[in-house]
Design a protein. Structure first.
Length: 272
């Protein structure tokens, strides 16, 4: 026992002594307004409970790690291998909030990768905060969606760090994930992303920018029935009207095939 524990034990013993032997058990009230019954028999356990109350919240168990060779996710230990990750790029433009509400109603987690030019106004910032408050992870997709390969190192730094600063100001934490526009990174951007503590990721497949899939039914069909659907696939979607309309069918179609959805909080980061 440490000093604090001995002090608390002594106080409780004094209370018991002052009260004498009675049929009613004295109580100790914790800082969280919980009433804990105390008796000589459970005195030790009571002290332990009181000490553990202010404990730090446990971090979610890490169940998946990214395979940089093909950008799929591999299970750690006994985690379910038949999973996919849902991601939404270009958030929060016009449909991200609606998509987040749809996913929330379906109990389907996802990462929303944001562009800084979509969180300029107070309304856009409020939309981002609402998406985050619904439990969705927020990723960095650069400030203006430029091709990093065609940008100077100073431009790349501005594009990445400005988003981190804005997101942190809105939701209280920096993004934990980074996806480059067009999937194109540079040695400089990779190093900067690592320095910022973000996990670099790309995608396995996506179709909603192709003309023949800019319609809900055709998009839902290809997202569920493509030959590229595999265990651990990283599914790329965007803030688009037809994608928002197809989202329920995509989620339900994947579940019908036996796939579960990766909770981004269970993805192993670069420092874990």
């Amino acid at each position: 026992m440490n000093l604090t524990k001995w002090t608390l034990l002594a106080v409780i013993l004094l209370v018991l002594s002052a009260c004498g032997v009675t049929e009613e058990k004295p109580v100790v009230q914790s800082g969280t307004e919980e009433i804990i019954e105390v008796s000589s028999e459970n005195l030790e356990e009571t002290v332990e409970v009181i000490e553990e109350k202010p404990g730090v919240e446990e971090k979610p168990e890490k169940l998946y790690e990214v395979n940089a060779a093909n950008w799929t996710f591999q299970p750690i230990g006994e985690a379910n291998p038949k999973v996919v990750l849902l991601t939404i790029d270009d958030a929060p433009d016009k449909y991200s909030l609606e998509m987040a509400k749809t996913l929330k109603s379906l109990n389907a987690p996802a990462i929303f990768f944001v562009n800084g030019h979509f969180i300029d106004t107070e309304e856009e910032k409020a939309n981002l905060k609402e998406i985050y408050d619904m439990g969705f992870a927020i990723g960095n997709h650069t400030q203006t969606h430029i091709n990093l390969k065609n940008s100077s190192e100073a431009q790349q730094q501005e594009e990445i760090l400005k988003v981190n600063e804005t997101v942190e100001a809105v939701i209280g934490e920096k993004p934990k994930f980074f996806r480059a526009p067009f999937g194109i990174n540079t040695d400089f951007s990779k190093a900067l992303v690592q320095q910022e503590g973000m996990l670099l990721m790309n995608w396995t497949y996506g179709y909603d920018w192709e003309k023949q899939y800019m319609e809900a039914n055709s998009l839902a069909d290809i997202m569920v029935n493509t030959e590229y659907l595999t265990n651990g696939a990283n599914l790329l979607m965007h803030d688009r009207k037809w994608t928002a309309e197809a989202l329920t069918d995509i989620v339900e179609g994947l579940r019908a095939k036996g796939y579960e959805f990766i909770d981004p909080q269970t993805i192993k980061g670069i420092e874990e």
